[in-house]
Design a protein around this ligand. Structure first.
Ligand code: IMP
Length: 428
């Protein structure tokens, strides 16, 4: 397919980094179009672990072009640190293989501070954000007071816009949150210096992507977070501040919707969530901890322990429908080795009412109880399996049963963190 959307079909952390890294072999460009450094895509290559926050996963393949499109919220200092970190490990990151949209919005220190402080004020109602300033930066974008990458390349314009923004932000910091204000000059100097270093990579990435598609080049759109964290369709207000799936591509990358040729969802064989908010199939007891231990379920960005639970067929069905995906990849199947039985949420119950489909209203989801059906587990480690037939019979039966419940084909299984630890079930 000339263009492909790969998106998270749960609450983020579905193992997208590894799958995108694999799929990147067959494309020419890899594009991030939403989110920011709240994402943490982990890729293990030859025993070496790379955690990418802003730079698209295609960077680990020398011949790919990686695009940070206009819909991404870019922390310029973080981006530069990530680029330098990759270069220090021998990975090429240059204007040749990294393109940055001049229209992408920027995250500054005041966004991070306000992110932390507003969470504190929300108290029990907090969202549990990553603290990376994502929400406040997107809020400024919508309020039309944000700065964009192009502003970093014009000192006068940057001074005027950052100066104006900081008058207001400092007033909020001092008078609402009662903390010390930030200094404009230091912030400005830092921003302009970073802008100069990023300048060679900056361009009109929308035009570049449209030209690439017209030239028949293959494009992979790398979603960050997951469908259930989508600002419009997720478990609002416990969501991130962008459209996390295929619907986010046209606006977030300047790419015509009718040019998105295919979509593939990624979901774990179980389920996790970081931060607050509803999670119907959550397993709070010892079995939840067992999943956390086996899956090393700690945030790649914040190190927070992830909440763990069982596969939720209702949520994944909803995510695939929302994204128009008929195929998906099941990751982390190896983590389920050793459970005697494996519950799966196949419906929800609200009072006496059974819901087969996802109810998009939070008030309903809040009171939702999962209806679990259990499958027998398996004890063998499966990390060495490369063909479906090599899996224990119960693991095969689990996969096929979940596939039927979701009603969409599982094209690939991931059975470990390494690039080669996959089972391909049909052509991608
Ligand atoms: P924010 O995106 O930092 O504003 O956080 C909003 C919500 O999205 C919080 O519950 C975060 O834990 C969650 N979130 C943001 N990015 C990720 C991610 O990459 N993986 C999983 N959860 C995320």
């Amino acid at each position: 397919m000339p263009s492909l959307s790969v998106f998270g079909a749960q609450w983020g952390d579905e193992g997208k980094g590894k799958i995108i890294d694999l799929l990147a072999r067959d494309v020419d460009l890899v594009v991030r179009y939403q989110g920011g450094a709240n994402a943490g895509h982990t890729v293990v290559v030859g025993g070496e672990k790379y955690v990418l926050h802003l730079v698209p996963s295609g960077v680990l393949h020398p011949d790919k072009i990686n695009v940070i499109a206009n819909g991404v919220a870019v922390d310029p200092a973080g981006l530069l640190a990530e680029i330098d970190g990759l270069r220090a490990r021998g990975v090429e990151v240059s204007e040749r293989n990294l393109r940055l949209s001049s229209n992408a919005h920027l995250i500054f220190e005041h966004h991070r501070r306000i992110d932390h402080l507003s969470e504190k004020w929300l108290g029990a109602g907090r969202i549990g954000t990553t603290g990376r300033g994502i929400g406040p930066a997107y809020a400024d974008k919508a309020a039309r007071v944000g700065l964009r990458v192009a502003d970093l390349l014009d000192a006068e314009r940057c001074r005027a816009r950052l100066g104006a923004a900081m008058v207001e932000k400092n007033a909020v910091l001092e008078r609402v949150y009662e903390v010390a204000p930030l200094g404009l000059e230091a912030e400005l100097e830092r921003a302009l210096a970073i802008g100069e270093r990023l300048r060679p990579c900056v361009g009109d990435t929308g035009a570049e992507l449209r030209a690439a598609y017209r030239d028949g080049r293959r494009i992979l759109f790398e979603g960050a977070q997951g469908a259930m964290l989508d600002i419009d369709h997720g478990t609002y207000p416990y969501v991130t501040s962008s459209n996390t799936g295929t619907a986010g591509i046209p606006a977030g990358a300047g790419f015509p919707p009718s040019w998105i040729d295919d979509a593939i969802g990624i979901a774990k064989a179980y389920c996790t969530r970081v931060g607050e908010g509803p999670f119907p199939s959550e397993e709070r007891g010892a079995r939840g901890q067992a999943i956390r231990d086996a899956g090393d379920e700690y945030g790649a960005t914040t190190g927070r322990p992830r909440r763990c639970g069982w596969f939720d067929a209702v949520a994944v069905r909803y995510a695939l429908a929302l994204n128009g995906a008929r195929r998906w990849v099941m990751t982390n199947l190896d983590v389920l080795s050793g459970f005697e039985e494996i519950p799966v949420a196949t419906a929800y119950r609200v009072g006496e009412r059974a819901l087969a489909e996802y109810p998009a209203e939070l008030t309903t989801l809040d009171g939702c109880r999962p209806v679990f059906e259990s499958r027998p587990g398996w004890s063998e480690a499966i990390g060495a399996a490369r063909r479906f037939e090599e899996l224990p019979a119960n693991a095969r039966a689990y996969v096929e049963w979940v596939e039927e419940r979701v009603g969409a084909e599982i094209v690939m299984l991931s059975v470990g963190p390494e690039r080669e630890q996959v089972i391909l079930r049909s052509e991608l």
